[in-house]
Design a protein around this ligand. Sequence first.
Ligand SMILES: [Zn+2]
Ligand SMILES: [Zn+2]
Length: 360
Amino acid sequence: MSLKTTSQSEDRKNARYLVGKLKNFDPNLQAYFMLSACCLERRSEPKDSIAVDRESIGLEEPCMKYDTKSVLFTPRSVPVVGRQTYPMWKGVVSGLGFNRKWKNPKTLLFLPIETLPDRVKEFRIGENSLLQWLCNFLKIFFSGMDVKFDNSYDLAQVKFTKRTHSVTGKEQILVSDLYSRLHSSFNIPMSTYILALTWTDLYPKKELNFVLGEASYSCRCAVFGFGRYEPMSYVSTPEGDDATKGITKENQLGMDSQLLWKLIRVASHETCHLLGLNHCLFFECSMNESKSVKEALSQPLFLCPVCLRKLHKSLGFDIRQRYSELKNFLQNTNNYFQNDKFEISIAWLDKCLEKLKIKS
Ligand SMILES: [Zn+2]
Ligand SMILES: [Zn+2]
């Protein structure tokens, strides 16, 4: 067996391990998902290319080569323990244990559960309010899911644990306590996912300061917040103001492109958890775990091939169309609120669409 053939077969094996069978995808999408193989060590060939053997994936045309020092995906070191491949994810979500009766829910309720200050309510991105804009983003990122927006729910209906932060003196909600009670408190069926948005800050456990958001696959509920008092925030004065008194100064929350980026990053990450996606150890990816707010905001908006495979299996969208719509959405947002992160994301989407051979 030639060196090249050995390497190709190893790539196929690695890709199969990471993203499962690809025969139902067209050639360019197969090659795209095959890029996943570059995150695993290959023994027999320098990591300069992946040879996609079309015959092995059910095609008759000759092999195509794709660059694996992919400008699209940056591999991380992959520990053996703790990584969730596509087949592993599928095993968990396809009906094991308690979640069998709620298999494949397709409705996401986006619920702002606290009244926002007028300044935030009146904030516009083009024609849209902040919440409508966020909802529009979710509808594209989670294409195939029925995303519903309802701001008639009120946090006052829910019993949950709170504390006063020792430094900021502001109220915080214990996020895990909150998300475990929302379905029952609001009388929402467990077959529906909830993505709740709070104005009050969140904390994950007693010892920890702050969290932007958290999700529970078993509770089918995620909660994220505006993050007004976060210690590492771009918000210049952490003491802030009381939301109920109205806000007159810029010390409360920067209503700017950074805030927009933060909201879409956290909302998409937490919602992916609802679909059973664990933290990603394979690539630089939207599903990477973050140890700080700063780290969370520096991570990409988009999923690596392994995580995309899971999301696609959950929701069954058209991958090219979704990328194209995401690009339009970000371009439009960037026209109103320019941000380097939007521009880097738009450039990334362009490269993807080019790789997938679609004119945008
Ligand atoms: Zn996470
Ligand atoms: Zn990933």
